[in-house]
Design a protein around this ligand. Structure first.
Ligand code: FAD
Length: 632
């Protein structure tokens, strides 16, 4: 990816620092020696940071080390042995992404309730590429901030294996994501209400909770946002900063978070004061001083443990955890509940390792099935295809990434004043578009979308050459547009590869594996070609670029899609909710696991369909009344 090309500073010197910081070698002599090495490494990165910025970067690195290495503030622990042996936890929450951070925060609002949040990854605090919005592309794949997963070979993508990173730090994937904030459509949520049999999941029921989550703040450049968003539908005092980009491109459609997403409009971002707003910055870090809220990082839950039986129903209130595959195993019981929020890949993995999953698969690995549930099935994700165009004027991304002096200055400006190009994510506008209902595809294929306010595909506009597979050209001006299939009919799975909790599971998102999804991707590319041929683009877009240059016919588009398609990083559905009493899902509408007591899943796994939206907002299910009011 273009951004990765120039901003690979982290791979060169930040990784070793973070790793050391997180392995707790807390000796001043070592730290000083380490910083000495860091300075020398930074000096070698002259193309990335000028000496003027080194002091500020140095300060950040120092704070990263200190915060990661010492049991510093409030209740942030880095080793299970630091937990009090006498403190009882009412709730143990596993995973600090949007699901787990929110649930741990809201439960610990009640000072008489003790909450322990266990996170496998490191602290996000002081990690520069996490804080600087423009550097988001530096955070994955193959970094210490991720579970560096890959998919199984994808038959719909010529057998290619696709990188499948998930966030592994406080904030989970919200600390490494691209910060786009889209709630989804009213049809997406009304479908959740319909399939779960619980009206609490409907768009209307959830309205107060969006207000509770959001804090609409001014863009970093303080421009007037009239005509770019509808402030009346947004919260102004929630913990999570939401804003608009600070540089304009394609103006139109007022607010895609109104419940009707269809059309092209300004993207909204989880950015505030020029910095990333993540589930950690909004729900965890500011609340560490609560005496009843403990957070244990760098510790992986290896399974949930059955602690008894109640009227014949197994009770799962225990967790087992460890810091490495060879390290000691620890165990702890919650007095009320264990809440799994390890995300759509890891929550099903933990459930299956604990004997909760499909008997046919568990028995093959010698795992005794306690409850036979379709865990790990129904994996649903958005497929992403990046299409590049040549343009007549210099673009933002290539201008910055090709010019280290400019990049230096931009990072320096961000460090000093939190202004400039670094305050924004990589794009400005998004389009959500439906295939017309009289299209021939619907004669043979059922429409998998939630309804008329949910799109079939997305355009995501990026000012530069962005490809997940090809290197950016050294010269020329570009615009890239992602075409994403956002109401897919393909369904994949997460299965165990091994009984070792530290081994990666098999991940098969089954990209472009159905007629409808292949057709939708083709339709989206053709629609994009029509879109950029409109008079408004005349003189700006001058042609298709890179390997996309000669792609015109249906078969060329299909071949292009199969050779380039990747993930939008939006897996859901692997522990889907279904009505109480139904055996088709894994959790009930209140997110309790079917057939057991004391165990809930609160993360992307529970959404039975992927919303036609970027998923971090919908994963804030933890804020939603249907389960929370019953849990506390
Ligand atoms: C690269 C990338 C870009 C994205 N861009 C966007 C975007 O721009 N907009 C958007 O809306 N969405 C985006 N997403 C998706 C969004 O971030 C996710 O939908 C959301 O974070 C999912 O939340 P979650 O709580 O289910 O899981 P996660 O955010 O994945 O959090 C799970 C947490 O659990 C921890 N964990 C896992 N296993 C264990 C264990 N065994 N023990 C302890 N802890 C464990 C993980 O380390 C992680 O911190 C992106 C995702 C990625 C990866």
């Amino acid at each position: 990816m273009t951004l990765r090309r120039q901003f690979d500073l982290r791979h060169d010197f930040l990784n070793p620092l973070v790793r050391i910081a997180n392995h707790l070698v807390v000796k001043w002599s070592l730290i000083i020696k380490f910083l000495d090495i860091a300075i020398r490494l930074i000096s070698n990165q002259a193309q990335t940071f000028s000496s003027a910025n080194r002091t500020a970067v140095f300060a950040r690195l120092l704070s990263s080390i200190l915060l990661g290495a010492v049991v510093t503030r409030g209740a942030l622990f880095t080793d299970p042995s630091q937990l009090s042996s006498t403190k009882k936890y009412d709730y143990i929450v596993v995973g600090a992404g949007p699901g787990g951070s929110v649930v741990a925060n809201r439960l610990s609002e009640n000072s008489s309730v003790n909450v322990l949040l266990i996170e496998a990854g490191i602290s996000d605090e002081g990690v520069l590429p996490v804080e600087v919005p423009f550097l988001a592309a530096q955070l994955e794949p193959n970094t210490p901030f991720c579970w560096n997963y890959t998919t199984t070979p994808q038959s719909g993508l010529n057998g290619r294996v696709v990188q499948y990173p998930r966030g592994k730090m406080l904030g989970g994937s919200s600390s490494i994501n691209f910060m786009v904030w889209t709630r989804g459509s009213q049809d997406d949520f009304n479908r959740y209400a319909a399939v779960s049999g619980d009206s609490g999941w409907s768009w209307e029921s959830l309205q107060p909770y969006w207000q509770k989550i959001e804090k609409l703040v001014a863009p970093a450049d303080n421009h007037v946002i009239t005509g770019e968003i509808d402030p009346s539908i947004h919260g102004t005092s929630g913990p999570l900063d939401i804003t608009l980009p600070g540089y304009p491109e394609f103006p139109f459609n007022l607010d895609m978070n109104s419940g009707n997403t269809i059309g092209v409009g300004w993207a909204q971002y989880t950015i505030g004061d020029g910095s990333r707003a993540s589930s950690s910055t909004a729900y965890v870090e500011p609340f560490l001083s609560r005496a009843n809220f403990d957070v244990l990082i760098q510790t992986q839950v290896t399974k949930v443990i059955q602690t008894g039986t109640q009227s014949g129903t197994p009770v799962f209130r225990g967790v087992q955890f460890a810091q490495s595959s060879s390290g000691p195993r620890y165990a702890l019981n919650a007095t009320t509940e264990v809440i799994l929020s390890a995300g759509a890949i890891n929550s099903p993995q933990i459930l299956m390792l604990s004997g909760i999953g499909p008997k046919s698969q568990l028995s093959k690995l010698g795992i005794k099935t306690v409850v036979d549930l379709p865990v790990g099935g129904n994996l649903s994700d958005h497929a992403l295809l990046s299409n590049q165009f040549t343009v007549s004027q210099p673009d933002v991304i290539d201008t910055i990434t090709r010019n280290s002096t400019l990049a230096n200055a931009a990072v320096g400006q961000w460090l000093e004043t939190k202004t400039g190009v670094m305050v924004d994510g990589p794009g400005n506008h998004i389009g959500w578009i439906r295939i017309p209902k009289n299209d021939s595809i619907f004669k043979t294929q059922t429409d998998p979308s939630a309804g008329p306010t949910s799109s079939h595909f997305e355009f995501l506009f990026l000012p530069g050459f962005v490809s997940l597979n090809a290197a950016a050209p050294a010269t020329g001006n570009f615009m890239s547009v992602f075409t994403n299939v956002v109401s897919p009919s393909s369904r994949g799975s997460v299965t165990l590869a091994s009984t070792d909790p530290f081994a990666f599971p098999n991940i098969n998102p089954a990209f472009l594996s159905t007629i409808f999804d292949v057709y939708t991707m083709r339709y989206a590319v053709k629609s994009l070609q029509r879109f950029v041929a409109a008079p408004a683009w005349s003189g700006y877009v001058t042609g298709q670029a890179g390997d996309f240059a000669g792609v015109t016919t249906d078969s060329e588009i299909d071949a292009w899609a199969r050779s380039q398609t990747d993930t939008v990083w939006h897996p859901v559905g692997t522990a889907s909710m279904s009505p109480c009493g139904s055996d088709t899902g894994v959790v009930n509408p209140d997110l309790t696991v079917k057939g057991v007591i004391g165990l809930r899943v609160v993360d992307a796994s529970v959404l039975p369909y992927v919303p036609a939206a970027h998923t971090q907002a919908a994963v804030k299910v933890a804020e939603f009344e249907p389960w929370l009011c019953r849990a506390t």
